[in-house]
Design a protein around this ligand. Structure first.
Ligand SMILES: CC(=O)SCCNC(=O)CCNC(=O)[C@H](O)C(C)(C)COP(=O)(O)OP(=O)(O)OC[C@H]1O[C@@H](n2cnc3c(N)ncnc32)[C@H](O)[C@@H]1OP(=O)(O)O
Ligand SMILES: N[C@@H](CCO)C(=O)O
Length: 312
């Protein structure tokens, strides 16, 4: 939450220079407050696990959030009970008439296919096009980030020689950006993918800015300069044991997989992995929800369109 302090207090100028959110008295008096509307397009096969992970992070904020869960209608999920989907999920057809303050598009285990081969690609393109006019800020995760970068900016994904799998150190590239406010300079994030995006192709898009990256994992966080889209190539939302489950699953299937890097103590899969990315994940979602949704979305969502400027 922002702090409201007298303009003349020395901390006011110092914190403003550091881009800490200081609210003017005028704005504080005039800010209207209502619950936020967030829609999660869940493309992951283990939908209950993913929705729980994301809700845990979104729930760690003082802001009231109304959640809608969306699934695609052009693919029938095999791995989530249909009763669950029937009870809790809506399709784009149900929701397209509404506007949202924020949207999350999850990862999906389809990264080794061409985008156009994915069963729900056309539907996803329609949803991503709709998001430009009808959602204030959209956060894309892993394959969702690759799909968004490709659809909106023509940025391709490329196969890696071997699966990028483990916990990797990341570094901030831009100082005093609101989405990374409070981050440690070095922070850790899980990655679990066979493909990557090209830094050079992203640098060629003037609307985009690379905000954090990793020597081993490459580009991590990309933002549209106006904050209306973020693309996150890792899985900060993963639970402590998600990588371990993926590792044992692939071992059992006889797939080529190495021990997740920097994960099990002494690379011993019998030992409990320390949770080294939870603080980062909580801050990322809090910052997005606060600075790029709550403080900047229009109070009246009917005013929203592709060019709506931030409210602050
Ligand atoms: C790059 C990233 O974004 S990483 C994020 C993805 N991570 C994960 O999914 C981790 C957890 N997933 C898993 O452990 C496995 O996918 C499992 C155990 C759930 C299922 O594995 P398998 O039985 O080998 O594959 P299965 O044939 O069920 O397909 C898995 C998923 O791939 C997706 N998929 C596969 N083919 C297609 C296709 N042509 N079009 C669209 N989606 C497809 C679907 O989402 C499917 O699950 P769903 O039907 O429940 O939606
Ligand atoms: N994280 C995914 C990668 C596949 O896209 C998995 O291991 O299932």
């Amino acid at each position: 939450m922002p702090i409201k302090i007298p303009d003349s207090l020395p901390a006011s100028r110092i914190l403003e220079n550091e881009n800490v959110f200081v609210m003017t008295e005028y704005r504080a008096l005039h800010q209207d407050i209502r619950p936020l509307k967030i829609v999660i397009l869940n493309l992951m096969p283990k939908k209950i696990e993913t929705e729980t992970q994301l809700l845990r992070l979104l729930g760690n904020s003082p802001i009231q959030v109304d959640i809608e869960l969306m699934q695609t209608k052009s693919h029938t999920p095999k791995n989530t009970p249909s009763e669950h989907l029937f009870k809790f999920y809506k399709t784009f057809d149900d929701l397209r008439g509404q506007r949202f303050d924020g949207m999350i598009i999850t990862g999906a285990p389809v990264e080794q296919m061409a985008f156009e081969e994915v069963e729900y690609w056309d539907e996803l393109c329609e949803i991503m096009e709709w998001s430009k006019q009808n959602v204030y800020s959209t956060l894309h995760i892993c394959w969702g980030a690759q799909a968004g970068l490709y659809y909106h900016y023509g940025v391709n994904k490329y196969p890696l020689d071997e699966k990028l799998f483990g916990i990797f150190q990341h570094r901030l590239l831009v100082e005093n950006h609101s989405i990374t406010r409070g981050f440690d300079e070095l922070f850790y994030v899980p990655h679990s993918r066979h493909t990557t995006v090209s830094r050079r192709e992203i640098d060629r898009c003037p609307e985009l800015e690379i905000l954090a990256s990793s020597k081993e994992a490459g580009v991590y966080m990309v933002g549209r300069r106006d904050g209306r889209q973020f693309f996150i190539t890792g899985h900060s939302e993963y639970d402590r044991d998600t990588l371990s489950q993926e590792y044992f699953r692939d071992l059992e299937k006889g797939l080529p997989i190495h021990i997740p890097e920097n994960y099990f103590p002494h690379n011993d899969p019998k030992q409990k992995p320390p949770y080294t990315w939870r603080g980062h994940a909580n801050l990322l979602y809090c910052n997005w929800l606060n600075y790029y949704v709550y403080q900047t979305t229009p109070y009246d969502l009917e005013e929203l369109d592709e060019n709506t400027p931030p409210t602050v």
